[in-house]
Design a protein around this ligand. Sequence first.
Ligand code: PHB
Length: 397
Amino acid sequence: MSRQTFSRRALLAATGAAAASSLLPRRAFPASKAKIRIGLLLPYSGTYAALGNNITDAMKLAAREHDNKLGGREIDWVAVDDESDPAKAPANVNKLVVGEKVDVLTGPVHSGVAMAMMQIVRQEKTLTIVTNAGAQAVTGQLCAPNVFRTSFSNWQTSYPCADVVLKDGRKKAVLMFWNYSFGQESMAAFKEGFTKGGGTIVKEIPVPFPTTEFQANLSEIAALKPDAVFVFFAGAGAAKFVKDYADAGLRDKVPLYGSGFLTEGVLRAQGAAAEGIKTTLHYADSLDTPVNQKFREAFKKATSRDADVYAVAGYDTVHLLASALAKVQGDTGAQKELIAALESARTDSPRGPFRFSKAHNPVQNVYVRQVKGGKEVVLGIAQKDADDPAFGCQMAT
Ligand code: PHB
């Protein structure tokens, strides 16, 4: 039971009059004036550190747009470096949920960390907003009323790319990926679409996370001579992979495809090596909308860095929370109403239209992007209002 719920019940009991409950100004409890504690379970070290930093800074930017208050309460940020390490996740989640008693838990980036987190937050009923990790189960088999996701599901970012490759006339593909849940699911989603459309997977090359020793595998790809290579790498590892791919002489021979994480936030580091890469993602820097332009300028001004898809999820998370918390006047103890408010919340996202599905995953456009002249150019929409199949989620049926 949250502290807010408890104090309300205690007060009701003290009045000794159940009938008085409707008269009590619930939202005026002193507890609801206390700072709202927002937990951040994110990587601040390792290959995904830049992702964690962009999510965090965009959340704080959005909070400033609400005068640093959510539902009338000032904010206490409580951050833990999860190191993208699933083995440390139970301890890190407990630190935030049980130790720090956060009112809302946000994060993580890594799907393995998210899977461990789900076990705890489902039990503790902590209101949780997943700000990156795309593991299917979060809004599939393990979906829960208290868990929302503002980023994407694996399926949304990988399945639509199969059609892009096939439309380019490429029918024989090699898959290469970091071998943990996200990489595996990403490949499965791509494979489903690719084989359905008549394509063949020539070889699957898993590499351990977060290894960046790609040389031997790149030689193997050169020998296999496929029509296309579809990969999952992100963050610092993606920057290295794309450069190694070009250095191995493959860039002009076998086109590279992936979910958009391959180039997000690392385009500048990849330089000319990234030219021509086509990806699918629910965001692109160049989306030409006033909301996106305003967001990118504000993020740049605040951090001196460029915004990316990770920043977008952080930014939207706080705006959605702000609108839902306003509806319950900051009373996080009113979880049922808060969940209902989040379910119907809308935000003008830099990514375009956004709403939550029944399984609490975003329904959003997925764009086809291509790197041209060092910029991520939007070629079109791969899937409009893409929903996730939410396999196994009881709430979605
Ligand atoms: C994930 O583990 O879910 C993940 C990590 C980094 C990304 C995308 C997904 O860029």
